[in-house]
Ligand binder design. Structure first.
Ligand code: PMP
Length: 360
């Protein structure tokens, strides 16, 4: 067969159960989805009021440069407009990065477990993948540096990491950047940036001028609550973004997504409230897990990787019959665990009651 042979050994992304599917299967009226780390509090109210007015001119192509969103975000992040690239979710940016820099014969270095799309798109481009096991859920940065060789083009850092939730501490990150060869691109995926505790948070975007090989990824899908609209962004120096823009499709973010994201950036109070509620509910859930004798990785995100005395699939099947969808660890390279998104207070109370039943 012509084409990329590696595709014969790969499978498309297998998405989790859909809510309507579960409702029908188990005759349930309410489903709580805690499987994809979406925002249980929705999105900014201000957006809700504006949304009906956003539907004008759908017959026209969107602004491929995302001018309005670009201006707003550049001002908010204190970067130059040309230092931004937008994607249909950060998923698409990961794909664009791989298409831009990878080809057969080169390799890319990443943690394991980490966000699976880095490996997926690296393999699609024919690159080799070097996976460095995490230690207690944390990136092993020393081992990742050791894994870099002449053929390494990209190192992926996911901070906070999905699925473990760990944040790369500030000093460790800058030490890594100082030691990493400048011809190796470092992708710092900060999909969960907004959730990080203020006292641990650092603004890696400040480093893009000092480190021309640093590219930071963020998204509107998590704390901003706009996963359904598909918009993410990357920040890096202009020579990097210029290359990525060659590979990027000309109209890759929709007009609706651009407008919604622009409005969402204006409502930073919503983001602060979301992060604060998440911290409180996460702490309550951690206390519950402690009481049940279940351990979990340190998390600076809106999810916890909970270690189980049984397989993640077993817990998944049980919770499904009760209307809760979580992510079984087996699906994300973490056997005997489940990744559970922190939902709203009511849903987490219900989940705790069901978990108690399951465990006893
Ligand atoms: N990076 C990480 C670490 C993620 O967890 C996710 C979503 N699960 C993404 C990137 C992709 O998010 P999106 O495409 O919705 O921006």
């Amino acid at each position: 067969m012509n084409g990329k042979h590696i595709l014969n050994e790969m499978a498309p992304y297998k998405q989790g159960k859909q809510m309507e599917e579960v409702k029908a299967e188990f005759g349930l009226t309410k489903i709580v989805k805690l499987a994809s780390n979406e925002n249980p509090f929705g999105f900014s109210d201000k957006l809700n009021k504006e949304l009906p007015h956003m539907l004008g001119q759908l017959e026209l192509y969107p602004d491929g440069h995302a001018t309005e969103l670009r201006k707003k975000l550049a001002a908010t992040l204190a970067v130059y407009e040309d230092q931004l690239v937008f994607g249909s979710g950060s998923d698409e940016l990961i794909q664009i990065i791989c298409r831009t820099f990878l080809y057969p014969g080169v390799n890319t270095v990443m943690a394991t477990p980490t966000f699976p799309q880095y490996k997926h798109h690296s393999l699609v481009e024919g690159a080799d993948v070097k996976e460095v096991p995490t230690v207690n859920g944390y990136h092993d940065l020393a081992k990742m540096l050791e894994a870099i060789n002449e053929q390494t083009r990209i190192v992926w850092l996911c901070s906070p990491n999905n699925p473990t939730g760990s944040l790369i501490p500030k000093n460790d990150f800058y030490m890594f950047m100082d030691r990493c060869p400048r011809d190796v691109l470092v992708i710092l995926d900060e999909a969960y940036y907004e959730y990080v505790d203020p006292e641990l948070k650092y603004n890696a975007i400040d480093g893009i001028n000092e480190y021309p090989n640093l590219f930071v990824l963020r998204t509107f899908s998590k704390a901003y609550g706009l996963a359904g609209l598909r918009v993410g962004y990357g920040i890096g120096n202009e020579s990097l973004t210029a290359k990525l823009n060659i590979v990027r499709g000309p109209f890759n973010t929709s007009s609706l997504a651009q407008k919604a994201a622009t409005l969402a950036v204006r409502d930073q109070e919503f983001i602060r409230e979301t992060a604060e509620k998440n911290r409180i509910i996460k702490k309550e859930f951690q206390q519950f897990l402690d009481e049940q004798g279940l351990s979990y990785d340190d998390s600076q995100t809106n999810f916890l990787l909970v270690k189980l005395p049984v397989s993640g699939n077993e817990l998944f099947d049980y919770l499904l019959t009760r209307g809760f969808i979580v992510r079984p660890g087996e699906a994300i390279g973490c056997p005997n665990a489940a990744r559970i998104t922190i939902g709203n207070q009511q849903d987490m109370k219900e989940l705790q009651a069901i978990l108690k039943e399951f465990l006893h």
